[in-house]
Design a protein around this ligand. Structure first.
Ligand SMILES: [Zn+2]
Length: 284
């Protein structure tokens, strides 16, 4: 009986196109200044970053479909306006980072910038994802500009460098910028970690044949990147909750963690190597 109820509930959920997501993805979290003109406006675990410039702001990641009111509140709490967002971007075109992209574009009139490969997903609402099925779909959004690997994006005196770090999605992007604060330069890196979703195959992956090489290249390139201030797509990936408690005073050194960055890249690479070895040995 219980089992029947479970399957009925699951079937209903799938029919609605809804997926169960962790509570931490929806839980509100205190907006805070990360360093200089970089602010955190995400939920407890879904990291969204606001980069403020005199010519309008940049929002990286938009969370789940019901995240916009939380993001708006975070931006307002910091003394900024959601309507001043001029560019919308993402670290990876999966629903937990872009399901609200279309709504955010409607609310702000901002331009959407994405890598070639992630632009395809954004414009088909995740339909062509190599791994996730339709239950992980989201509202499609028109991409206004395709970003190339290594491209420098300039707005209001800010120079963001975009790095294609493929594997998690073909077009996952990390972003680097230099923040000058208190007489020092900090290299800030919003890194999309090379994590592997459960069930994704690295070998003989018909829908993403180059996946293993893309991951390998991502780890090599991430190891070569300078990073003082380590940020990522999920708060848990860069240890936000260990580093910051709501109400704590602004400290530009708070998120400086080059060793944490190297360790995070290293552990993602180890997980990749382990899985690759298991797949080669023919383990299921
Ligand atoms: Zn993802």
């Amino acid at each position: 009986m219980k089992r029947k109820l479970f399957w009925a509930a699951l079937a209903a959920m799938l029919a609605q196109g809804a997926v169960q997501s962790p509570e931490e993805w929806r839980r509100p979290f205190a907006a805070h200044r990360v360093i200089g003109n970089v602010y955190y406006v995400g939920t407890y675990d879904l990291a969204c970053f606001l980069i403020v410039t005199p010519q309008g702001n940049i929002l990286i990641n938009t969370g789940l479909e019901d995240s916009p009111p939380l993001i708006r509140k975070s931006i307002t709490d910091l003394g900024f306006k959601l309507e001043d967002v001029r560019w919308l971007m993402t670290t990876q075109a999966h629903y937990d980072h872009v399901a609200a992209m279309a709504e955010m574009k409607r609310l702000t009139g901002a331009r959407v910038l994405a890598s070639q490969a992630d632009a395809v997903l954004l414009e088909d609402g995740g339909k062509s994802d190599f791994h996730f099925g339709p239950e992980y779909g989201y509202a499609p959004v028109k991409v206004d500009e395709r970003i190339a690997d290594g491209q420098k994006l300039r707005l209001g005196g800010v120079e963001l460098t975009a790095y294609v770090h493929g594997g998690h999605t073909r077009g996952s992007l990390s972003y680097g910028l230099t923040v000058h604060e208190g007489g020092k330069d900090y290299r800030v890196l919003i890194a999309n970690m090379g994590s592997i979703n459960p069930g994704v195959k690295l070998l003989h992956n018909a829908r993403y044949p180059e996946i293993a090489n893309d991951y390998a290249r991502t780890f090599e390139r991430q190891k070569a990147l300078a990073c003082d201030v380590f940020l990522s797509s999920h708060a848990s990936q860069y240890g936000l909750h260990k580093k910051y408690t709501p109400g704590a005073a602004y400290d530009p050194g708070r998120f400086v963690d080059p060793a944490g960055y190297r360790a995070a890249v290293g552990s993602a690479e180890n997980a990749y190597r382990r899985q690759l070895a298991e797949e080669r040995a023919g383990k299921p």
